[in-house]
Write a protein that binds this ligand. Sequence first.
Ligand code: ADP
Ligand code: MG
Length: 379
Amino acid sequence: MTKFSCCFGKVASRKGGVHRELLDVENMRLYTYKDLQIATQYFSPESKIGEGGFGSVYKGTLKDGSVVAIKVLSDESRQGVREFLTEITVISDIQQENLVKLHGYCVEEDHRILVYGFLKNGSLDQTLLGSGHCSIKFTWEIRRKICIGVAKGLAYLHEEIQPHIIHRDIKASNILLDEDFTPKISDFGLAKLFPSHLTHVSTRIAGTQGYLAPEYAIRGQLTRKADIYSFGILLLEIVTGRPNQNRRLPVEEQYLLERVWQLYREGNLELLVDTRIGEDVDIDETCRYLKIGLLCTQSLPKSRPSMSDVMKMLNGEMDVTDTDLSDPGLLNELMSTKTTKNNTSATSSSASGKQVDSSMYGDTTTSYANMSFTTITYR
Ligand SMILES: Nc1ncnc2c1ncn2[C@@H]1O[C@H](COP(=O)(O)OP(=O)(O)O)[C@@H](O)[C@H]1O
Ligand SMILES: [Mg+2]
């Protein structure tokens, strides 16, 4: 159960023109903007390690020598101090071995900054799926550990904490690896720091529309099943070592989900297992994982399993029943039909505010995001 352990006081001090409110968030350090400037050589381009929809990330070294990832939230997150603190208190209270821990924060003037521990084995998009050199050998043992760990972290967010959290942005760049390859999910809870219509922006910037469940992308209908869809895509990426979309491949192979579905129907799934995986691989198990990926990406949200069932399937505690498998939800197909249909009036707005028939989703909690089709077609 998540508890609020934050205490906000009145304005406590005004130092160097900086308005500092009394910010006492348990388990978290409050940094000054100056501390973080020093840690990152004044946010130098050399310290910058990435940029996503929520802002820029810098690698920094704090005064005590610890290495951190410093996330400077973009202007769209201009929340009041109190709202910001309320949200990050929720995030900081959530601690589980497969979730990145938030160490501290900075809130000064317009700055809203989060400080995380730096994970030196990087994110899966840079290592496993990256085009550059990677010194990590992703054996099957390591990949299995990553799949199960991510499933565990997501099951925790979905089913163990109250109120549960829908991540909304499960993708390879949000899976970080620690020294012993324990995966850690990052950026959970961040969507709450932004207005809902902007939370899709990260997918535009990172070009990651391939992770978006069709019902979420098109109608803005957000349930846990949207995360489960994204997890399914990630699972396929981990087993095959291929990004969900690769424009350099022949047209029929560009979309990973489409390709997996095709080879599944032909009974040739094993052809997709990453050849870099090494000798020590259990092909039956890898194919089972690909089938779980297909179950998670079923077009109908209700047909996707819950994360706790996914975990049982990954662990071998539950059979993977694929007899009822039907077509996966392929956003690119829907997009091309819809784009062609709507190319002159592609501004049909979202279903924001509409009731969703929860029986269709197999999930009683639904929140909404604003989304227009124009936004989608530009991703
Ligand atoms: N705690 C961290 N440790 C190491 N690298 C990180 C950490 N957080 C983020 N990164 C890196 O910074 C990059 C940008 O992160 P982010 O702003 O969350 O964008 P996105 O997840 O959309 O790629 C990520 O791809 C990741 O490689
Ligand atoms: Mg991220």
